[in-house]
Design a binder for this molecule. Sequence first.
Ligand code: NAP
Length: 283
Amino acid sequence: MKNVYFIGVGLIGGSLALDFKKNNPNMIIHGISRKDTTLNEAISLNLIDKKATLDDISNADLVIVSIPVDATVNLLPTILDKIPDTGLVVDAGSTKDAICKIVENHPKRRNFLAAHPIAGTEHSGPSAAFSGLFDRKTIIICEVEKTAFKLQEKALKLFTEIGMRVRYMNPEAHDKHIAYMSHLSHISSFMLGKTVIEKEKNERDIFDMAGSGFASTVRLAKSSPEMWTPIFKQNKANVVEILDDYIQNLIKFKEFMEADDFDEIYNEMKNTNHIKDILKGIA
Ligand code: NAP
């Protein structure tokens, strides 16, 4: 895998580029983006070696697509049209069903691997990229059997070399579970931030009183709406379903409060403390 093209050189693309290059110093990292200023920034941060355009991927051994998921769905068929028979395209999108469906009948489907690295931060763009983001994190691979064996083998080697554990899942199961584990947390954080901003008109008060609890719970509300809106759009059914359950729990909590039923309030929290055992070693 000598000529590697990154379409999208933000947090995920840029961080992957840094770690791939660290393990493979002879790799030539080419960057493709909408804006030239983004590529200039990626060069100045040493994320990429060269600027490129979509037409150049006819020369690619590997293309990593790390742009918002709606842009991935739009662009993926064209990317596959242009890739040589020996090349592989891997996407890093946070949804998998719409992305797998758009290429299911593409003549070069065997040159595509659907992936989701479960690693990230609330920051975006090239300046957010850093080496080590993927160490000891999971990468979910969907429909691995639809990718040519030799190509999947090369890609999985690159991912395991940077410390990732591989898990296989079908795209529908991925989107359902990720709605629970990631998408709901983002909505919850955004709406917590909104509620507090609306109540506390004075920004100085929020700043002065924000303890580590508030700061850590609201951290995800700093995430990019440009990336998250298409994720919620593509995973609407699963997100609406889990939001219903979450809202029911909030209503129940409020009803216990109104009824002065603090035994039940205690029980709700005590039962949920079990999350400590589930997340041991992660948080
Ligand atoms: P990011 O830091 O915002 O970088 C994405 C880059 O894509 C931007 O630098 C932007 O470059 C480019 N871009 C934006 N809109 C585009 C469009 N419509 N067409 C083409 N390029 C566009 O985002 P990221 O966090 O790296 O996320 C990239 C992908 O990884 C997404 O699919 C996301 O779902 C997935 N992912 C994210 C996380 C996370 O926690 N952030 C974790 C796992 C997977 P320009 O400035 O040139 O437009």
